[in-house]
Design a protein around this ligand. Sequence first.
Ligand SMILES: Cc1cc2nc3c(=O)[nH]c(=O)nc-3n(C[C@H](O)[C@H](O)[C@H](O)COP(=O)(O)OP(=O)(O)OC[C@H]3O[C@@H](n4cnc5c(N)ncnc54)[C@H](O)[C@@H]3O)c2cc1C
Ligand SMILES: Cc1cc2nc3c(=O)[nH]c(=O)nc-3n(C[C@H](O)[C@H](O)[C@H](O)COP(=O)(O)O)c2cc1C
Length: 783
Amino acid sequence: MKIAIIGGGPAGLYSAILLKKQRPGAEITVYERNRADDTFGFGVVFSDATLDNFEKYDPPSYRRITREFAYWDDIAVHFRGTVHRVGGNGFCGCSRRTLLLILQERARELGVSLKFETDIEDEARFADADLVVLADGINSRFREKYIEHFQPEVDVRSNKFAWMGSTRPLDAFTFIFQETEWGPFIAHAYQYEAGRSTWIFETDPATFKRAGLEGLTEKQSADRMAQIFGWFLGGHPLLTNRSMWRNFPMIRSKRWVKDNMVLLGDAKATAHFSIGSGTKLAMEDAIALADAMHHAPTVETALQQYEEGRREEVEKTQHAADVSLVWFEHVDRFWDFDPVQFAFGVMTRAKAITYDNLTLRAPDFVAEVDKAFAKQVRAKGLDVDIAKPVAPMFQPMKLREMELANRAVVSPMCMYSANEGLPGDFHLVHYGSRAIGGAGLIFTEMTCVGRDARITPGCAGLWNDEQEAAWRRIVDFVHANSVAKIALQLGHAGRKGATKLMWDGMDRPLEEGGWDVISASPIPYFPDSQVPREMDRAAMDAVKAAFVASVERGERCGFDMLELHCAHGYLLASFISPLTNQRTDAYGGSLENRLRFPLEVFEAMRSAWPSHKPMSVRISATDWAEGGITGDDAVDIARAFAEAGVDLVDVSTGQTVRDAQPIYGRMFQTPFSDQVRNEARVATMCVGNITTADQVNTILAAGRADLVALGRPHLVDPSFTLKAAAWYGADGVFCPPQYLPGKEQIFRNSVRDRQDFDDLKIKAKPKTRAELKAEATKPLAAE
Ligand SMILES: Cc1cc2nc3c(=O)[nH]c(=O)nc-3n(C[C@H](O)[C@H](O)[C@H](O)COP(=O)(O)OP(=O)(O)OC[C@H]3O[C@@H](n4cnc5c(N)ncnc54)[C@H](O)[C@@H]3O)c2cc1C
Ligand SMILES: Cc1cc2nc3c(=O)[nH]c(=O)nc-3n(C[C@H](O)[C@H](O)[C@H](O)COP(=O)(O)O)c2cc1C
């Protein structure tokens, strides 16, 4: 077999090594345009998990790599004169040059032919090769040559960065967030060998300009950075090596394989440097390719298997990198945070590290985070314990005069079980048991303001006396048997009305017994859905009056809070999104116009609702569709509602149009809550695939939301909050007297269960290489 590899970076060299080990008889050649020791850049970093992988696939290179490594365990965050350190991270750094020399040596040893100073212009010269590996880096010539086939998507990010080095020793992965007269600068720095550290500087484009970095030489910009970070560098110089300021390109390619050619490493996909995974991805691509080549009968099937098997992992890493880079791009959102909360945000930005995980590794740090959180609650006038605070999930919150016992919320969820809008016994048991289960706030399902405002024939409503009495019974039960507050979500289905029950076909039009539907514009949801009637002013007045009438009924029922549903493509959402609003009058066109009717309804409701009771609005913060609402629009929408008197923005997303492309994942809507909260400066509730109390605490402690709603988890577990309280020892959680023996038991057992669980986790976690090294070098006297 003949294999040609274009590019002698980590991806090209490591794939050559692994393929040659597998096929000693194969003729494998690596073509590299630079000289053998001509590599640019400073250090690279790997996690312990990546090194474990290298150990498994090629022990000799692994041994040589790890001999050369600098190890560290801590991450240190410097911000506004403070430093917070968190251990147990298990990272290793190595010079890129050393890494490549080791890989070259190993490749040569195995019989790979390495051809340096050979720039490949055209792959046609490899017509006789069975496999051509395109590992030619971020600016891949061959990805561009076959752009139509590979379909790369290159998203050039806004921040500027430059990669430099220093002799400054570091004992931790160090983030420095530095205020300057021009704006914020960030340094990401780590040591990679004795006396050498990598320094990546990052800043936003406006600060870059104000700092006069545009057009400076490498030396001049290094001097400017040395001036800014001089207090930390302590006289150590900054070193440059092609250290130009650049913008990071996030690259994703739709296809990775063409005939017998395959893209590897940065050529096919990149991951932002803030998660330090570029070289890891490149080398793990090589592992995946070698695995596929080992098992598949032909090169064609191997390449297919490589792409199919590897894509998910790469996309997961890219997603984590995306979340991380967005955090750094918007660091100004958090600039006025308490430093410990800021540091917690840095640590948890990419979802892998959580509140519980940090509690295990850095209990003092988390205790400080809890204290800072409790202090903020106290500053809002609530009497909470600051010396021994409960976890953020169990901190109270006040909205106008409504006080919530904790920050866990039962999300609004249609039960499709009402008869002509009338809630029945099912609803009493459903809401009653969730209130008893400990959540601080319970939302009703979308309760419709008229018969024709319903989504389905099973939707609940509040437009007649009988419904009012039924809701009052539920509210009274909640108030009499729990400390939970109950919010009424009012809505109108708009063009998604007259559809089937969820379990008969979500959003599908009713075949019989339907009713006429209305919307901002006459656009059906599905092509075969009913075409809605475009609302005229009279219809708007009627809808507004219906909302106000339901608000008055809601007040008579005794609800504590009111939410206006402006999300998920229902009537008011259909005005807000440009995808569903094509009006040419004062209610269409600009965002200001599209918001006019929803705000009018909101204001009318606000006037009818007692001023001491809070109101929220649920919005879709993105339509997940081209030309639709984006996170930036959501900030403007939230500001407009806040000006109109909203106390809380309930941040959901999507469900506006059929062809949306949502990116699901754990806590997938939380970044929008974060953006709305910290840019519009309004309290938010986040929701969406949040399934554990650990995630709830992580979100709250990082200041990404003020309340956390859980929908599906509450469907299967009404006592989600009570159980979580037992886990965190928050014994102030409410429990009705009838259930107290159960509460006492779970609290007693939880102390032991948690201890066992933590012990198991600690035992199951292998020692990091930094810990092993520290043990090996510990002087005997210290034993
Ligand atoms: C600022 C910054 C910091 C980073 N920090 C880290 C980090 O801490 N940890 C980490 O793991 N990664 C880091 N990376 C990413 C890392 O450098 C890359 O992701 C990694 O090197 C990708 O490996 P590769 O083999 O795909 O590509 P490369 O390393 O770019 O190798 C491609 C090779 O192909 C050669 N080549 C290109 N075209 C041709 C041609 N036509 N003919 C012959 N040869 C050709 C090039 O000369 C090059 O040597 C960082 C990147 C940046 C920009
Ligand atoms: C069965 C069901 C019914 C729902 N009904 C409503 C509703 O009436 N109003 C609303 O705003 N959201 C509704 N949603 C959305 C949820 O409130 C929540 O935003 C969504 O389920 C994501 O949260 P989760 O991942 O915690 O379930 C519903 C979700 C489900 C699963």
